[in-house]
Design a protein around this ligand. Structure first.
Ligand SMILES: [Zn+2]
Length: 383
């Protein structure tokens, strides 16, 4: 069992190393005996970490911890934000800190075009899903990110980030925003499928459904990693285990599509609520330790299960088990906080400036991000 977990995790690391061709990353991974602190717990060797309860129980999400990514994707420093805004906003949503300035709630809604790549085995049986189920996952993202009243996401905060299946492909042709491929290697999350299938990751959120290397889902990096230089490459993506995808995903407890919500949260720059352990619980230190967010309570490690009523205290306050960025069962996940919403909007503005468009919440002329063409505000009109 341990070997199996180790192989799954090693595969994730391998995907990243191969994808980015980083000699530094490869050297760090292959070195046998570093001391590493992950989620606030020290491990004397990589082997010890990979065989730890944290990894064994961490099937919830395969996104690497901040500590590992800091090693694999160090910030080179002096890197301007991709939209050229530069130092004035340089620390607002970096890999080391957050400044959740209210200016990020600027009267505009981000509208993000999505392409979903459905990967199945060679027989086109395992991993198959209907267009309706794919659309259902998009609907769940919107319920959770917009906190739509009457939906499962209504208890959260409205981040004004909206998702729609792409209506135009990279070549300008009409599309459903869904692709399907039958390839067992790709279904098993191998073969660097993204090099063949990705739609310009600067302009589209690429989501893949497959076996997700044994996790419920993962992203290979967060947008600010390595000074933002990884954004827009073919590997820039969200991966979701097919059996947790959409509203029809059996079985409980990962059956409400919140794996997608959690992973897209990473894609937009959010760490786990338990990242770095308890960290500093008070301002301003909480903006540069732990999950770099102050309005999420500190948490020493991931919360598992469905004890939604609370009562779990690991750092002196109620653990944020209702947050989409914890490991709770889907039914317990109910919110992004206000500051998490601002960090995600900052990440869009500064790290993913060509992804999607901004439409005014109160009507008026649309403002489109550089390089995106859609002009399609039908999604906004439907709300
Ligand atoms: Zn995660």
């Amino acid at each position: 069992m341990y070997l199996r977990v180790l192989l799954c995790r090693a595969l994730i690391a391998c995907v990243c190393v191969v994808s980015f061709g980083s000699a530094v990353a490869a050297a760090n991974i292959s070195e046998a005996e570093p001391v590493i602190v992950v989620e606030g717990i020290a491990y004397s060797t990589w082997k010890e970490y990979f065989e730890s309860d944290l990894v064994a129980s961490g099937r919830k999400c395969g996104t690497m911890s901040k500590e590992m990514r800091d090693i694999l994707f160090p910030d080179p420093g002096g890197q301007p934000f991709r939209n050229g805004v530069g130092a004035a906003s340089g620390a607002d949503c970096s890999s080391t800190s957050t400044d959740p300035n209210s200016n990020y709630e600027n009267g505009f809604r981000w509208v993000i075009p999505v392409v979903v790549h459905v990967l199945m085995n060679d027989a086109c049986g395992q991993g198959a899903m209907t267009d309706a189920n794919v659309q259902g996952q998009i609907d769940i993202l919107n319920e959770d990110f917009i906190a739509i009243m009457g939906s499962n996401g209504e208890d959260g905060n409205n981040s004004e980030i909206y998702f729609e299946l792409a209506t135009t492909d990279p070549g300008g042709a009409p599309t459903t925003g869904i692709t399907r491929n039958c390839n067992t290697s790709w279904f098993n999350d191998g073969g660097n499928y993204f090099n063949t299938l990705a739609w310009d990751p600067n302009r589209y959120l690429n989501i893949y459904s497959n076996q997700a290397s044994g996790a419920l889902g993962y992203v290979p990096f967060l947008p600010a990693d390595a000074g933002g230089t990884l954004v827009g490459g073919n590997s820039d993506r969200v991966v979701i285990l097919h059996s947790t995808f959409g509203p029809d995903a059996p079985p409980s407890p990962f059956d409400l599509g919140r794996t997608g919500t959690h992973e897209v949260g990473h894609y937009l720059g959010l760490e786990h609520t338990f990242s770095g352990g308890c960290g500093t619980g008070t301002m301003p230190g909480c903006y540069s330790s732990g999950d770099m967010i102050c309005d999420t309570n500190s948490e020493s490690g991931p919360f598992f299960g469905n004890a939604c009523a609370g009562g779990s205290v690991s750092c002196g306050t109620q653990d944020p088990i209702d947050n989409y960025m914890d490991y709770s069962d889907d039914i317990c996940m109910r919110q992004f906080t206000v500051e998490q919403g601002r960090r995600m909007r900052c990440s869009l503005q500064h790290w993913r400036p060509n992804l999607g468009s901004m439409v005014p919440i109160s009507g008026g002329d649309d403002i489109f991000a550089d390089g995106f063409e859609s002009g399609n505000t039908s999604a906004w009109d439907q709300l």
